[in-house]
Ligand binder design. Structure first.
Ligand code: GRF
Length: 231
């Protein structure tokens, strides 16, 4: 049976679109069972509806506090029997009420090379700090903010002339490949945890030279095969 994926969004949903497209291409062997939001009508819902994926708005106004909201959200997500929950621009920090309901099953994408620059505006933080490289990170979600075990990262250069918007665009292009690739590794059962480390079983894929991000990028491209990529 196909791995069942729930996606949580708050906004435009370009990562959701990348996931939808990867599923349609057959490079991500998951079924997207539902798209959930804390906003009534995010653009991401339009992307889901176009593919007849159910959308669910869970209204924060109906809940007195974050715990109650997370309990309501967990009830909705549970009813779709998801194996994995992908946060894709979901703008709420989840409490243990939600995290404990789906322990080890929640993943997120962040627009920086964690553990650097967690929280909001990772791209602006990178520019302000003067780093020469940034990128994106797909990670398991734990109780910290952008703090869980790292699954995949992709690197981009940061130029002196960069604005947060220009850097965000460069990073986003990598996000759209890295997120589906990380989810596919999950679907293939290739991920295991050793302490805070995610160990990836690359057997049968391009062998990784440890620490070589260029090769890791090739592997990501291999997983999401079929997309024209410009580095
Ligand atoms: C992305 O930059 C992602 O890394 C961050 O939120 C943004 C969501 O963008 N967590 P989109 O809604 O997927 O276009």
């Amino acid at each position: 049976m196909k791995h069942r994926l729930a996606v949580l969004v708050s906004g435009r949903g370009t990562n959701l679109q990348a996931i939808i497209d990867a599923v349609a291409r057959g490079s991500l062997e998951m079924e997207i069972v539902g798209v959930f939001s804390d906003r009534p009508e995010p653009y991401a819902f339009r992307r889901a509806r176009e593919r007849s994926i159910p959308v669910v708005f869970v209204d924060p106004a109906g809940c007195p506090d974050r715990q109650e909201y997370d309990a309501a959200l967990a009830r909705e997500v549970s009813s779709f029997q998801a194996d994995t929950i992908a946060l894709a621009g979901f703008m709420r920090v989840l409490t243990p009420v939600f995290l404990n309901a789906f322990q080890g099953k929640i993943v997120n994408i962040h627009p920086a090379l964690l553990p650097a620059f967690p929280g909001l505006e990772g791209q602006r933080q990178a520019i302000d700090r003067g780093v020469h490289y940034s990128g994106c990170t797909v990670h398991f979600v734990d109780a910290g903010v952008d703090a869980g075990p790292i699954i995949l990262q992709s690197v981009v250069p940061v130029y002196q002339s960069d604005t947060p918007e220009a850097l965000a665009k460069r990073i986003l292009a990598k996000e759209h490949l890295t997120y589906p690739a990380a989810l596919q590794l999950l679907a293939e059962g290739r991920l295991s945890l050793e302490g805070r480390r995610v160990i990836i079983n690359w057997e049968g894929r391009i062998p990784l030279q440890p620490g070589d991000c260029v090769l890791e990028w090739l592997k990501i491209k291999d997983i999401i095969k079929g997309v024209p990529v410009c580095d």
